[in-house]
Design a protein around this ligand. Sequence first.
Ligand SMILES: [Zn+2]
Length: 220
Amino acid sequence: MSAHSLIPTLRLALLDIFVPVACAGCGDSGASPCPRCSALLAHIPAHALSIPDIDAPIFAKSQYKGVTRRLLLAHKDGGRNGLTTPLGLALADAVKQSLTAVVPPPGKLVLVPVPSRSVNIRRRGRFTTGELAHVARKDLPCPAVVESLLRITQPVLDQVGLSRAQRQSNMEFAMTSLPGNADVVIVDDVITSGASVREAYRALTQAGHNVISIAAVCAR
Ligand SMILES: [Zn+2]
């Protein structure tokens, strides 16, 4: 982490110490997330999604709305590092659910986070999806490692504000993967149009990997 990127991280850490914490999910003072929002996040059943051109089970823990959306945004752009564990465990639930459809069960998994644009990683000073993946891997029923096999190798626009069709063409052939033949689960924080996970699936499959499932904290 560069000295430049440490500044926002340190500022947020100091804020956590000197300003009373409010729950990022509901605004109540006390812990973040509060017990009610923690329980809500933990007990939502993961749901299945379908994305064209992807021949693998896809599961998300929650809809991208309400408490979960606020928690995710607070972690991603609000620097609320204390949310890494509950959101990582939510991602683990989605991964576990996605694996129930995989026959035979995998022996060892590689969790591959969908990469963020480097401009966003520099701005945040961290790679938040990678952090969630590292929490999730420890909560799985089989051995798993996190490997950042994917790189964004074409210039892409920020997906926010683009239409569904624009997102698809923005991400098309934007990623490359290190080659190999691992049993891979693609993981992401939020699936919106599906353009990013679709491109991740294409790049990993083309590089020789076996994408057995896809999981995210949220989807809309
Ligand atoms: Zn709350």
